[in-house]
Design a binder for this molecule. Structure first.
Ligand SMILES: C[S@@+](CC[C@H](N)C(=O)[O-])C[C@H]1O[C@@H](n2cnc3c(N)ncnc32)[C@H](O)[C@@H]1O
Length: 370
C-alpha cells in the first residue's frame, strides 16, 4: 500500500512498518587498494593541485555546514537522515537514495527537468500516446514532481500519480496530480492493468534490479499502453581526447561506477543496454530508442547542442556537491573539505571550452501487447 504525501501523513512504510530515522547503511568506504585498482585518485592528489580561481559560488560551502537535521515535523517520514550536512529520505523499505532531498537539490532537479525537456525538443515523452485514451499515468521516482505536473497540465483529463521515497513535491499542484510514497524496488502496490502510461525517468543509481522494474511496469500497464524510460549514460567521453585520464570527469565517472557496484544499483544503465534487455525480457513490443548526445558544458559550436550543454551544466552546478556528497563519502570516505576541493576542479572543467566532453542519453519506449 502506498501512502499519500497529501493530506494526513502516515508514519508507516509500504509494508506497514514504523518508519524511523536511521543512519545510511552503506557507508563503509572502499579500501585504498580497491580505490587504486579502480583507478580512483586519492583526495591528496586534488588537494595538491592548484585550486581554480573563480567567483562563482559552487555551493561547496554548504557541505558540512549543517550540524543536525533541521526538519522536525510531526511525521517520521520527515525524519531525514544526514550525511555531511545534507539530508536524505527517512527510512522506507530498503531505499537508500544517493541524492539529497533538501531544497538545494530539489532546485537542481527542477533545472534538470528543463535540461531534459531541451534534450527531447520540448517534449515530455516520445511514446505515441493517444490523448483521448490516456486516463491514468504513473511517474516512478518523480523527484521534484515537475514532469508529473507538466504532464497533468497537458492531459487535464488524466489522473497522474507520482511516487517517490521523499515527500519533496509541491502541494499546490493541478487537481489531477497526486504524490505518494513508494519504494520502487519493492513489489508495486498497484493492481495489474492500471495505467495508460508509465514514466521511468532518470533512475540511475536508484534501481536494485532493472529487470524487476520493467516487470513491475509491464504488470501495472494496461494492454496496449506504453512504458517509457530516459537514462543518462554515466560515462563522460570526448572525440578529440580532451577528456583525459585522471581528469575530474574521468574520476567522476569512475566513482559513479564503483558507487553503483557498492550500492548494488548500477549507474551504467546506458552502457549495459539495460533498457533494451529488460523491456524485451518483460514482454514489451514495438520497442523504440532515441539516443541523444548531451554536451557536458558549453563548448559545442552549434546553438542547439550548446544550449543543451549549458542547461546540463547549470543543473549540475546548481548542486554539484549534492551529487558528490553521498558517493564520495560512501565510496571514498572523503571529508567534506576534500569533496569541496574536488568539486572546484570538476567545475573548472565544466566551464573549460577546450574540454569537449559529452555523454549519451537514451529514451526507450515500448508497448504492452493487447
Ligand atoms: C534523479 S531523481 C529523478 C527525478 C525524476 N524522475 C525526474 O526525472 O525528474 C531520482 C529520484 O528517485 C528517488 N528515489 C530514490 N530511491 C528511490 C526508491 N527506492 N523508490 C522510489 N524513489 C526513489 C529520489 O528520492 C529522487 O527523487
Amino acid at each position: 500500500m502506498s501512502s499519500s504525501t497529501q493530506g494526513p501523513q502516515s508514519p508507516k512504510s509500504p509494508e506497514g512498518k514504523e518508519i524511523s530515522s536511521a543512519p545510511p547503511a552503506a557507508l563503509t568506504p572502499l579500501s585504498a587498494e580497491a580505490q587504486n585498482a579502480a583507478g580512483i585518485l586519492p583526495a591528496t592528489y586534488w588537494m595538491e593541485q592548484p585550486i581554480p580561481e573563480d567567483d562563482i559560488d559552487d555551493g561547496a560551502s554548504s557541505i558540512g555546514s549543517v550540524t543536525s537535521t533541521s526538519v522536525s515535523l510531526s511525521s517520521t517520514i520527515f525524519q531525514y537522515r544526514e550525511v555531511h550536512g545534507r539530508t536524505y529520505h527517512a527510512e522506507i523499505g530498503n531505499a537508500e537514495a544517493w541524492e539529497p532531498n533538501d531544497k538545494r537539490h530539489v532546485d537542481a532537479m527542477e533545472i534538470l527537468h528543463h535540461a531534459i525537456m531541451l534534450q527531447l525538443e520540448g517534449k515530455l515523452y516520445l511514446s505515441p500516446l493517444d490523448k483521448k485514451k490516456v486516463e491514468k499515468v504513473l511517474d516512478v521516482a518523480t523527484g521534484s514532481g515537475l514532469w508529473a505536473i507538466d504532464f497533468a497540465d497537458e492531459f487535464p483529463n488524466a489522473e497522474v500519480i507520482g511516487t517517490d521515497v521523499s515527500p519533496i513535491q509541491p502541494s499546490w499542484v493541478p487537481p489531477n496530480v497526486k504524490f505518494e510514497l513508494e519504494d520502487c524496488n519493492r513489489e508495486w502496490a498497484w493492481p495489474e492493468n492500471t495505467f495508460d502510461f508509465v514514466n521511468l525517468r532518470t533512475l540511475i543509481g536508484v534501481v536494485d534490479d532493472w529487470y524487476a522494474l520493467f516487470r513491475n511496469a509491464y504488470r501495472v500497464a494496461k494492454p496496449g499502453s506504453y512504458v517509457e524510460s530516459y537514462v543518462p549514460g554515466s560515462d563522460i567521453l570526448s572525440d578529440n581526447g580532451s577528456v583525459k585520464e585522471d581528469s575530474p570527469y574521468d574520476q567522476w565517472c569512475k566513482v559513479f561506477r564503483e558507487g553503483g557496484k557498492k550500492l548494488g544499483r548500477t549507474f551504467a544503465v546506458y552502457q549495459e543496454d539495460l533498457q533494451r534487455k529488460c523491456m524485451e525480457a518483460a514482454g514489451f513490443v514495438d520497442i523504440q530508442f532515441k539516443d541523444i548526445q548531451v554536451p557536458a558544458g558549453v563548448w559545442h559550436p552549434e546553438k542547439g547542442p550548446a544550449e543543451i550543454g549549458l542547461w546540463w551544466k547549470i543543473s549540475v552546478e546548481a548542486d554539484l556537491e549534492g551529487y558528490i556528497n553521498y558517493l564520495w563519502n560512501a565510496v571514498l570516505g572523503w571529508t567534506p573539505d576534500e569533496a569541496k576541493v574536488f568539486a572546484r576542479h570538476m567545475k573548472r572543467d565544466m566551464n573549460d571550452p577546450d574540454i569537449h566532453g559529452y555523454f549519451m542519453a537514451r529514451v526507450a519506449w515500448g508497448r504492452k501487447p493487447e
